[in-house]
Design a protein around this ligand. Structure first.
Ligand SMILES: [Fe+2]
Length: 339
């Protein structure tokens, strides 16, 4: 029985744990077996004691993050009156979440995404941009480094390109000036709704890297992406099932765009008529990232086809941007020393 069954069962059977003692008792005299040592933690003083041990942390940012993490973690445990049995179930869940990871699967990123934490961090990151730019979206658990390189207009779907969609537009700076030689990396599901990492064999498909031309324009041939369920056969899927969430993502196409002197852009385009735009299980679809597939658009470099036109605007890069990193990574590069 998984943690969520267990928690549900405990509630249904009326065996929910009793509220823990939250009011600190007056400190007792040292126990007879404890000699003269007078030390007793209360549910509040343990937090103060833990924070005092962090005082020796030399790195100020690491210290700030750990102090806040401890304060909030302790407050969480107090708020829900967490019992030993519940916490060991939580430890079991976190352990299995880590164990579900492999060079081709990242269950911890999936947990971050489904808890809304990835989108929270991206939203805060967008606010620190030097200039207003196209918004971020999730890198997600299916990004891979070193995708195949393509020339403008080439098709990235190797196996089935029957439902072709052309992507085109311009990469500009925040003022609308085109950016030549920007690197536009793109990845998405195949026509069956699965990423290459979820397919037998594990070769790369439906992903690739393009370069903008002298006018900042990009031109990509791909296929219509499908909405899909996040992987539901692991501990995160178990959590989603216990919460009666559907686990679906609206159809989308991921982009990673970089240009010298500009903040790297991690984003995605969401297909406008998808039924899961409003209830994306990982909260990626929003605002200016929703794009329509239109047939025979005027100005499309390939006439008579289904296409999406989308212009991306990149902010100038700050010194902090060089260090900020991404929410997500190629799964094979996370915890690589353990593989
Ligand atoms: Fe995705």
């Amino acid at each position: 029985m998984g943690i969520f069954d267990w928690l549900n069962g405990a509630t249904k059977n009326g065996t929910a744990p009793q509220a823990a003692q939250t009011t600190a008792k007056p400190a007792k005299a040292a126990h007879a077996n404890g000699g003269d040592v007078k030390l007793e933690y209360t549910s509040e003083s343990i937090t103060t004691a833990m924070l005092s041990q962090l005082a020796s942390t030399p790195d100020p940012r690491f210290k700030q993050i750990m102090e806040a993490a401890v304060r909030h973690l302790h407050a969480f445990a107090r708020e829900v009156n967490l019992t030993p049995g519940e916490w060991i179930k939580g430890i079991d869940f976190l352990t299995r979440t880590g164990q579900a990871c492999s060079p081709s699967r990242q269950e911890v990123i999936l947990l971050s995404d489904t808890l809304g934490l990835s989108t929270l961090i991206n939203t805060m990151h967008d606010k620190t941009a030097m200039e207003e730019a196209t918004h971020s979206s999730l890198l997600g658990p299916f990004f891979r480094e070193d995708p195949p390189k393509f020339k403008a207009g080439e098709q990235i779907s190797q196996k089935d390109a029957s439902d072709e969609v052309v992507l085109y537009g311009t990469v500009t700076n925040a003022k609308g000036k085109p950016l030549p030689n920007a690197i536009v990396s793109v990845w998405q599901t195949a026509t069956d709704g699965r990423y290459d990492m979820q397919q037998e064999g594990g070769g790369m498909d439906c992903r690739g890297e393009f370069t903008t031309d002298a006018d900042g324009k990009y031109l990509i041939r791909t296929v219509r992406p499908l909405f899909y369920s996040i992987p539901m056969d692991g501990p995160v899927g178990e959590m989603i099932t216990a919460q009666k969430r559907h686990g679906n993502r609206p159809a989308h196409i991921h982009f990673l765009i970089s240009a010298a002197g500009h903040r790297e852009m991690v984003t995605a385009l969401y297909i406008a008529d998808d039924p899961h735009i409003m209830d994306d299980v990982v909260f990626g679809a929003h605002g200016d990232l929703i794009a329509a597939i239109k047939n025979n658009q005027p100005g499309c470099p390939v006439p008579g086809v289904n296409s999406i036109k989308f212009n991306f605007a990149l902010s100038a890069e700050s010194a902090a941007d060089k260090l900020s990193g991404r929410v997500g990574a190629d799964p094979s590069k996370i915890g690589a020393t353990a593989h």
